[in-house]
Design a protein around this ligand. Structure first.
Ligand SMILES: Cc1cc2nc3c(=O)[nH]c(=O)nc-3n(C[C@H](O)[C@H](O)[C@H](O)COP(=O)(O)OP(=O)(O)OC[C@H]3O[C@@H](n4cnc5c(N)ncnc54)[C@H](O)[C@@H]3O)c2cc1C
Length: 493
């Protein structure tokens, strides 16, 4: 079955999965107010692929079935393919203000990268190459929504997370003819309540260390349906105020709170055909760089961040115009900062596309330098974008009431006292509630945390950038310059 429509996707969320939130097990995610908004958004994104006006951007022809499948599953064979995939991602991201970090494109790009590099999965310890290819095709041909969980729980970080060993950490406890049995926990699974499949792989970036574990029980990579027996997700409380009188009160959180959760493996049987890495700790640390998965993951991230930055910039413009503060020079300086941050992210996309290159697997990936540059700065820029929104919105962010007041008993007062120079009261209230949800709410706080950590701890990713960068030629240039100067015939006056 090729691209899914909204209803087909929502139906998958009624499968028997073990999703808990606020002490309750949720059977019907799509109709539970704590998840319904984001589930609907996911469904709408999938539906967009069938829109006659978007279908050429959002889909391509499956190489195995000839059906229309999602463009975000494509394995790029040229720079044009990289750009085409980015264009499709941008359509989804513009529709969700870049706030759905785990819209399906994120994992689709990652899984297609792993499959493209399937040769890497051929190891003495285990040959997972055919399994990763089959999984990729399964996800692509059924348009499945996947999430992933890479990190061990924060039990004792005196050791790097990938070396942590305890009863709590997910590990192999048994092997049978049918597969491996996993017990323990992993964190964090964003989108877990709305995903069809869970990919479990080694962490993308780890602290450099020569230490290895004294057991291979913690070394594995696999994917299983989220309805697999024994698999449990315990979700954080919702960021959205689910009993709000109006969608306009929490316009982002009621649509885009994609959920995060801890994953518990309660003796989960992973069939051999779904195992990609098995008892191969050396491979744990090598698989991600060797598969170019970081390139694909960061490329998707840059496109998403571009949409998000455009949205935050637009919001800042609208706030400033509504009360005419954009006439003041210091405000213009802040708006110029918003423009520059947005253009920085756009430039990272363009540069990564221009630097796109072919890999040894025949696939094409974006240029890593621009992508890492984005990774270093964007989470900090995003904090600044939120700070500018709150600085411009100031007291107005907390002075406006619920949008329900527009039709409430005090309608007359509300119409009169909440209007501003360039917006009537309903528009002013809507705008300020959007600004609040973007920069100040619980949802906004979670977005900031997400930007900081979802591609890995910046401390580690930035150390990796430093360690992988060619420094010698730059250092040599400084010594050469000094040596040349020293040789000059210099006479003090
Ligand atoms: C909103 C959100 C969504 C996420 N979604 C996902 C997801 O879907 N899938 C997934 O797999 N992961 C997800 N993550 C987890 C993410 O990958 C991790 O948060 C990230 O890798 C950092 O690891 P940690 O949280 O365990 O922090 P820790 O490793 O516990 O680090 C905590 C702090 O201690 C510092 N620290 C730790 N060890 C050292 C050391 N040796 N030396 C110096 N400083 C150290 C770190 O720099 C950091 O500041 C998500 C995280 C967030 C916040």
């Amino acid at each position: 079955m090729p691209i899914k429509n909204a209803e087909e996707y929502l139906k998958t969320l009624t499968e028997d999965r073990d999703i808990s939130i606020e002490g309750e097990r949720v059977k019907d995610v799509a109709n539970d107010p704590r998840f319904a908004g984001a589930a609907r958004t996911m469904a709408d994104l999938l539906e967009m692929q069938s829109d006659p006006e978007l279908i050429d951007t959002m889909t391509y022809t499956s190489p195995t079935t000839g059906d229309k499948v999602g463009m975000t599953h494509i394995q790029p064979r040229s720079r044009e393919d990289v750009v085409a995939r980015n264009d499709a991602i941008k359509v989804w991201m513009d529709a969700s203000c870049g706030m759905m970090g785990r819209s399906p494109d994120y994992k689709n790009c990652i899984i297609s990268s792993y499959a493209e590099a399937k040769e890497v999965f051929k190891r003495d310890a285990f040959d997972g190459s055919e399994n990763i290819q089959n999984f990729y095709e399964h996800v692509r041909e059924n348009d499945l929504v996947t999430t992933h969980v890479l990190v061990n729980p924060q039990v004792d970080r005196s050791k790097p997370a990938h070396l942590e060993t305890s009863e709590i950490v997910a590990q192999i406890v048994k092997e049978t003819d049918a597969g491996i049995v996993i017990r323990g926990a992993r964190m964090v699974a964003t989108l877990c309540a709305m995903a069809n499949e869970l990919l479990v792989m080694p962490a993308a970036v780890t602290w450099a260390t020569d230490e290895t574990r004294d057991t291979t029980d913690f070394s594995f990579g696999f994917a299983i349906p989220t309805s697999t027996p024994g698999l449990k997700f315990i979700c954080r409380p919702p960021a959205a105020q689910t009993n709000a009188p109006s969608l306009m009160d929490h316009p982002l959180s009621l649509q885009y709170d994609e959920s995060d959760g801890m994953v518990i493996f309660d003796d989960v049987l992973v069939p051999w055909e779904r195992v990609f890495i098995h008892r191969d700790p050396d491979f744990d640390l090598k698989v991600n760089p060797a598969s170019y998965v970081g390139h694909s993951m960061l490329m998707q991230s840059v496109v998403r961040a571009h949409s998000k930055s455009e949205f935050m910039m637009a919001l800042a413009f609208a706030i400033a115009r509504s009360t005419k503060i954009d006439q003041h020079n210091p405000v213009q300086v802040k708006l110029a900062e918003m423009i520059s941050m947005t253009e920085f992210v756009r430039s990272c996309r363009i540069t990564a596309e221009a630097d796109a290159h072919e890999t040894e697997f025949g696939s094409w990936v974006g240029g890593m330098r621009a992508l890492q540059c984005w990774q270093t700065f964007f989470w900090q820029m995003y904090n600044r974008q939120c700070e500018i929104i709150t600085t411009l919105g100031a007291g107005g962010l907390v002075a406006v009431p619920s949008f329900a007041e527009v039709a409430g008993e005090l309608k007359g007062d509300v119409e009169k006292y909440f209007q501003v120079a360039n917006a009537d009261s309903p528009r002013r209230i809507k705008l300020m509630r959007l600004a609040y949800d973007s920069a100040l709410s619980s949802f906004a706080g979670r977005q900031r945390l997400y930007e900081q950590y979802y591609t890995g701890d910046p401390m580690r990713t930035q150390a990796a950038l430093f360690n992988g960068y060619d420094k010698d030629s730059h250092i040599e240039r400084v010594w050469t310059m000094l040596d040349d100067l020293e040789k000059r015939d210099y006479q003090p006056t």
